[in-house]
Design a binder for this molecule. Structure first.
Ligand code: FES
Length: 109
C-alpha cells in the first residue's frame, strides 16, 4: 500500500482549503493556478486545524488567534519567523501526488 495521496487536479479549486490524510498525517491542499501546495493541517501556534481558517488570495488566517501564513511559501506573515510543515507535491497526467516530507523536515514538526 502506498503512503502517497493521489488526487485528480481538476477536483481542487483555487479558493478552497482541502483537508486530507497523507500516510496518517492530517494535511490540507490548496491550489494556485497550475500549482498545488500541501501543508500539515496543524497551526504552529496551538495546533488548530488550518483547513478551518480563512483564505484570501494566498494568505491563510487561522480561525483561532488570527495568525497569518503565506501559503505560496509556507512562512508566517504575522508572526514572522514560523513556517508550516510542507509536504512534497508533484503533478503528472492531471493528477496530484502528495507524499510525506523527508525525515529532516519532520524533525521540525
Ligand atoms: S492556533 Fe492558530 S493562531 Fe493560535
Amino acid at each position: 500500500m502506498s503512503d502517497e495521496l493521489i488526487v485528480p487536479l481538476d477536483e481542487l479549486w483555487g479558493d478552497e482549503l482541502v483537508p486530507c490524510t497523507v500516510a496518517g498525517d492530517a494535511v490540507f491542499l490548496v491550489r494556485f493556478g497550475d500549482e498545488v501546495r500541501a501543508y500539515r493541517d496543524k497551526c504552529p501556534h496551538q495546533g488548530v486545524p488550518l483547513s478551518e481558517g480563512h483564505l484570501a488570495g494566498c494568505v491563510l488566517t487561522c480561525r483561532a488567534h488570527h495568525h497569518t501564513f503565506d501559503l505560496r511559501s509556507g512562512r508566517g506573515e504575522n508572526p514572522a519567523g514560523v513556517a508550516l510543515v510542507r509536504y512534497p507535491v508533484r503533478i503528472a497526467d492531471g493528477r496530484v501526488f502528495v507524499s510525506r516530507p523527508p525525515p529532516a523536515t519532520e524533525a521540525t514538526r
